[in-house]
Design a protein around this ligand. Structure first.
Ligand SMILES: NC(=O)c1ccc[n+]([C@@H]2O[C@H](COP(=O)([O-])OP(=O)(O)OC[C@H]3O[C@@H](n4cnc5c(N)ncnc54)[C@H](O)[C@@H]3O)[C@@H](O)[C@H]2O)c1
Length: 314
């Protein structure tokens, strides 16, 4: 089996390649990344080939096409939800995706790609695929545009399996390069480790569906193994508040530090996200295994042992 993983130097992509390498030692793995956000450190134990280039460039797309992959796991994207350059966001996230689907059509490759819970904006939760898809920022819109194009592609190419995974708020190892886009679990943990008070937007009661990266990796593998096509949510199905996240981190670090609340400067902000997982369970035969009570302590230990947290800007 030959697999191409775009964005393999990034957070979710690197967790995916390391699991594929472990579970399927016979597979040939190819990471495609332009290192605009991802970090070589995430690839240090990866034995496959790394193709350095942007998926917006024709020569990179041609290299992928030449490989005739059996599957493309497409994680590469601009992930900055605060970026307002609409053209750039659409070119990297949506136009490059169309080119990858064209490669898949020619090579009959399966495609599993990263969409996002951001497509729902401030829709009434739980978020259901096909309902209330009104993104609040251009990042969310670029993912919705990908999903719409993918749906058309699925209809026109029923023999090419394509699965879109709408990840909600992913947290876990290997996201330190993401700066302000890293999960709040990392940012709050580092603030506490540095002896600071954890900082939350007033009053910490906004809720998100926090999903552990191991569950996302499993969803990618199950999506490929399903051989089916569709677009599904990837979350836990449980919304948890930022206050609950802080409490869980404090317990893991055995500290009683108090939260510092401050005004939210963002006009476009999702106040409450929760994934409906009905379609996901049907299509992928996947259910999330990790709630924050298990995921956060495991991750906090990983941070303490593996991250140069004093150098992080939180
Ligand atoms: N982390 C989350 O909570 C979350 C939530 C919803 C969706 N997603 C999606 O999951 C995917 C992975 O996100 P992540 O959190 O791992 O972010 P990340 O920034 O760690 O990973 C993205 C990777 O894509 C690479 N990349 C960016 N532009 C590229 C280009 N033009 N050509 C080649 N490579 C390029 C980056 O260098 C990076 O390695 C993205 O598509 C993102 O939109 C993530």
């Amino acid at each position: 089996m030959r697999a191409v993983i775009t964005g393999g130097a990034g957070f979710i992509g690197s967790n995916l390649i390391l699991e594929l390498q472990k579970r399927f030692p016979d597979w040939e793995l190819f990471v495609v990344d332009d290192f605009s956000s991802g970090n070589f450190k995430n690839l240090r134990t990866f034995n496959g080939e790394v193709i350095t280039g942007s998926i917006t460039e024709e020569k990179t797309i041609q290299k992928i096409e030449k490989l005739k992959p059996d599957v493309i796991f497409h994680q590469g994207a601009i992930v900055d939800t605060t970026l307002t350059d609409q053209r750039r966001m659409m070119e990297v996230n949506c136009e490059a995706f169309k080119e990858l689907l064209e490669v898949a059509r020619k090579s009959r490759s399966a495609v599993v790609y990263a969409s996002s819970g951001a497509v729902y904006g401030n829709t009434e939760p739980p978020m259901v695929v096909g309902k209330g898809e009104l993104p609040e920022n251009v990042y969310g819109y670029s993912k919705l545009a990908m999903d719409r194009y993918a749906r058309k592609f699925m209809k026109e190419n029923p023999t090419v399996p394509v699965v879109g995974l709408r990840y909600f708020n992913v947290y876990g190892p290997r996201e330190e390069h993401k700066g302000k886009m890293a999960s709040m679990v990392l940012q709050l943990t580092v603030q506490i480790l540095k002896g600071k008070r954890p900082r939350l937007f007033k009053w910490g009661e906004q809720k998100r569906d926090f999903v552990y990266v191991k569950d996302c990796v499993e969803a990618n593998i199950k999506a490929f193994e399903s051989g089916k096509s569709g677009i599904v949510n990837v979350g836990t199905g449980n919304a948890r508040s930022f206050n609950e996240v802080v409490e869980t981190i404090k317990k893991a670090l055995r500290t009683d530090v108090e939260v510092e609340y401050f005004d939210n400067p963002y006009k476009f902000y999702q106040n409450f996200t929760q994934a409906d997982l009905t379609h996901t369970k049907e299509l992928l035969n996947w259910t999330p295994q990790t709630q924050i009570e298990e995921g956060i302590p495991e991750y906090v230990n990983w941070i303490k042992e593996n991250v140069d947290w004093e150098e992080l800007p939180y």
